[in-house]
Design a binder for this molecule. Structure first.
Ligand code: ZN
Length: 151
């Protein structure tokens, strides 16, 4: 019993160290910190398309509250169908360290929307609402990485 406890404590310590290491990974890398005017010009084209979809995102919340499952699915496959491509166009023009994080959030948003779609198909309001909120958080985290429009 004592030995078991000791081992599980070691395991816990190891996990804490691992998390600490992973936490430092992204922030210590030296990267260019400024955008070229060409990158900014391109981001000025593509960022508004993502921001526009972010602004429409709360439409999903209305459908969720009224348990309008059909429109949830239609919205995900309709207006949000363009989202993945638009996130990709912005991501590829970000500074390297930001692009890596943006790619992570873009993948997260996609996963949450797939799960939201699946939850809607099962009329599961609680799960659908959870996925909606997580997608929204990841969406905002994505946009926080993107420079403000220059115009
Ligand atoms: Zn997420």
């Amino acid at each position: 019993m004592k030995r078991f406890r000791f081992r599980s404590l070691l395991g816990l310590l190891f996990a804490v160290v691992l998390v600490g290491l992973m936490g430092c990974g992204g922030s210590n890398v030296a990267v260019p910190t400024t955008y070229s005017s060409e990158q900014i010009a391109q981001l000025d084209i593509y960022t508004p398309r993502v921001a526009e979809l972010r602004d429409r995102f709360p439409e999903l919340e209305e459908y969720l509250q009224s348990k309008d499952w059909v429109n949830i699915s239609a919205f995900i496959h309709g207006p949000m169908g363009e989202l993945r491509a638009n996130l990709g166009r912005v991501t590829s023009r970000l500074l390297p360290a930001d692009a890596e994080q943006a790619q992570f959030y873009a993948a997260e948003i996609g996963t949450h929307l797939e799960k939201l779609d699946a939850a809607a198909a099962e009329y599961n309001q609680i799960e659908a609402a959870k996925q909606y909120r997580e997608a929204l958080d990841d969406f905002d985290a994505f946009l926080a990485l993107v420079p403000e429009p220059s115009v």
